[in-house]
Design a binder for this molecule. Sequence first.
Ligand SMILES: [Zn+2]
Length: 455
Amino acid sequence: MANFNRPTTEIAHVYRGTFIHSTEQTALLILEDALLGVDTEGKIAFIGKGAERDRLSQTFGFSLSEITQLAQHEFFMPGMVDTHIHASQYSFAGTALDMPLLQWLNTYTFPVEYRFKDLEFARRVYTQVVKRTLRNGTTTACYFATIHTDASLLLGQIANDFGQRALVGKVCMDMNNSAKYYRETLQECQEETRRFIAELLSKKYPLVKPVVTPRFAPTCTDALLGQLGEIAKNNNLHIQSHISENLEEVKLVMGLFPDSQSYTHVYHRHNLLTDKTVMAHGCHLSNEELTLFRETGTSLSHCPNSNISLCSGLLNVRNVLKHKVKLGLGTDVAGGYSASMLDAVRRALDLSKILAVQDPENKALTFEEAFRLATLGGSQALSMDDHTGNFEVGKDFDALRVNVAAPGGPIDLIQHDDGPKTLFEKFLNLGDDRNIVEVFVAGRKVVPFTEPTPE
Ligand SMILES: [Zn+2]
């Protein structure tokens, strides 16, 4: 029996073929010969069986000739959600992975981020990162920009122009003793954050919103953290930051904030832990801190490539899930060297298997679970699961059309009668952007790119 909303809007597109997604109950749900309709607002109007096409076409008023049929080795899956990526650091992705976090920030990161006061440089990098992530199937991205308000606004505009769903954060830091050239005063942080939020919201981009972004506790005074907590609360905004990435950083925070009983409490006492907060890493959180995450509805972004590349720590995902903390995956470019969420899926699996080798009590993640973290889990981590994350009726159609047998692609199919689960597993482990033939966000086809018409 098909699921559908009472038809209120017209159907814009109907697709027939294999649909693969996750639900709360099932990490991998494969719907073969399914029929999915997208309305003119980009929302999923119905999902049913191919055999029900006559009845569905009558109910929703589309003609059978409008149905787009997927080929044998194709399927649709939900667009992936990158819950933590530094758009500005994309300019040095793939390099500079030879230092631990605090030295890495001073040596490589702050000098590069400082360059984003130059809007032309910002335009070049931000255009590239939005295109690269979209092409690799990231339909939703939670971005850190830099401390520069105008360049951060430009990132929002570019994401909107290319049709990516995005949270964009102007970074706040009023304490940076190692790089005094790259910070603002408390007053500048406050005023510029307010300006950033007001100007971005005034654009009324349908899919791009601001996110309040204290970089992390070591670069923020108590006063700044307090003000940002207040701004987020008064405007009901998302919040993002970093927590417990490496042990040296945790020690530094405990020294800087001696009144707080834990790193988590530094944020908690400034009202920065809410059900719209996503914190990156959390490799070294205690069980008590994880419990506080669950109680406040705060989520974690697991960034395995970055955690391995900067030798930061090994997050025990099984333990996070046991504590019922909302969890998504992030690339953390450029601490993580790959901007592809498929890489995040693979590194999450690798890292969890390393923990299983160390202690068999740590049951390794399955590929189905890693897929759910990259899609539905990410949407829950960003409190966007009302709109995206899977193919539930009423959500926006954020989807990847995958061709496992794409000509010139990275996958050789030996058994031509492989079932959809085998094809899907091969794509997760071996596939890349050559297999992602089309990308949709809120029903709109955003990949392949339509070249802007010359002015
Ligand atoms: Zn980060």
